[in-house]
Design a binder for this molecule. Structure first.
Ligand SMILES: Nc1ncnc2c1ncn2[C@@H]1O[C@H](COP(=O)(O)OP(=O)(O)OP(=O)(O)O)[C@@H](O)[C@H]1O
Length: 347
């Protein structure tokens, strides 16, 4: 096994009486695009700041390339941070902003300029080198902030909600771009976000955090298809979660079960490998590419159903009595590795 790029061991951080990080253990591989995903206040930023060295752990260890840096000053760690607010110097040109870190390190001018120009090529903005930050769009500023970090050629890049200030369309474009750049430079990225779709789109692996602890670490597919806890099932995507008697009524098992809305069909027939239920539509929402229904089942349980908006006609209207069907293998026991169905293991 190659040495992990970053290792966190029993990491804890307490501010006054707030336990922001409560025992985090994690290995992040060299060259991995790794996301810390969680709601506001779950401790993502604190974990990132601990890795950067802006905060010292209350207890536990941080290793970079196997070396304990828990008490090492930020500038002596081979990491760089890209913040959401970019933190560019407004009076300096883009090129001067990008070469600044090298200047501080005493790199001579010719090399500085050559490396800064190369970093601008990497973020595909060589043409704006002489402009001031105020003459750039939000997305361009974000890329300059990235170039400024990349120019130092760190082993690890820490990114704290770097796309948070961008509008949705630009944000989606930058997600693809950022991932491409990460592949090209091969640097380990640790990316903080509260946006589950963003984490699923970009990451090799994700750690889902809640309340200062890791709920699950896995690939996007694992986290979405095999949620380890009901928190993960509910936070990553939408899930119809049932427990106890409700699970018995809907799925025939006494367990916590997660069923994704897009896995449910409106269908009057139920195949041998499916389960079904009938109910009445209580809400229909038009979401552009999808139609989202809320169905009150005869057992009294509400189910969210999402269908692609492909038909010319709405699939159902409020008040309609309808039948639903879903493959038994899509009903997942939360925390287990198998689905509710006894036959056929879903991948
Ligand atoms: N410097 C500090 N002093 C006191 N409490 C802090 C400090 N920094 C963070 N906290 C607290 O620690 C907890 C975790 O905060 P953190 O910023 O790590 O969460 P987060 O998941 O990054 O949230 P967000 O998405 O809102 O940035 C919160 O309860 C926060 O109020």
């Amino acid at each position: 096994m190659p040495e992990p790029s970053i290792t966190l061991r029993g990491l804890r951080k307490t501010f006054d009486r707030t336990e922001a990080v409560r025992g985090v253990d994690l290995d992040i591989a060299d060259g991995e695009f790794f996301s810390l995903l969680g709601p506001s206040g779950s401790g993502k930023t604190t974990v990132l700041r601990l890795i950067a060295g802006f905060e010292l752990p209350t207890s536990g260890q941080i290793l970079l390339d196997g070396k304990d840096v828990s008490r090492t000053a930020p500038f002596d760690r081979d990491v760089n941070t890209v913040f959401q607010d970019y933190a560019l110097f407004p009076h300096m040109s883009v090129l001067a902003n990008v070469e600044y870190g090298l200047k501080v390190k005493g790199v001579r001018k010719a090399e500085r300029i050559q490396r800064a120009e190369q970093a601008l090529e990497t973020v595909r903005l060589p043409q704006v080198a002489s402009r001031k930050p105020a003459q750039l769009s939000g997305g361009q500023r974000q890329r300059i902030a990235l170039a400024r970090a990349l120019v130092n050629r760190p082993k690890v890049l820490l990114l704290d909600e770097p796309l948070g200030a961008l509008d949705l369309k630009l944000r989606q474009e930058m997600q693809i771009e950022l991932k491409k750049i990460q592949r090209e430079v091969g640097i380990t990225f640790v990316f903080v976000t509260h946006d589950q779709e963003e984490a699923l789109t970009m990451s090799d692996r994700i750690a889902v955090l809640a309340d200062g602890r890791i709920e699950q670490v896995g690939t996007p597919v694992q986290v979405y298809e095999r949620p380890a806890t009901d928190f993960v099932a509910g936070f990553v995507g939408t899930a119809n979660l049932t427990t106890g008697a409700d699970s018995v009524a809907v799925h025939g098992v006494d367990a916590t079960v997660s069923l994704r809305p897009e896995r449910i069909q409106i269908s009057s027939t139920v195949a041998a490998d499916e389960r079904g239920a009938s109910g009445v539509v209580t809400d229909v929402a038009y979401v552009g590419s999808q139609i989202r229904l809320v169905v009150r089942l005869d057992s009294g349980i509400d189910m969210i159903v999402v269908t692609p908006n492909t038909a010319a006609r709405q699939p159902a209207a409020t008040g309609d009595q309808i039948r639903l069907a879903w493959k038994a293998e899509h009903a997942l026991r939360v925390g287990a590795t198998e689905s509710v169905s006894t036959e056929g293991e879903e991948k």
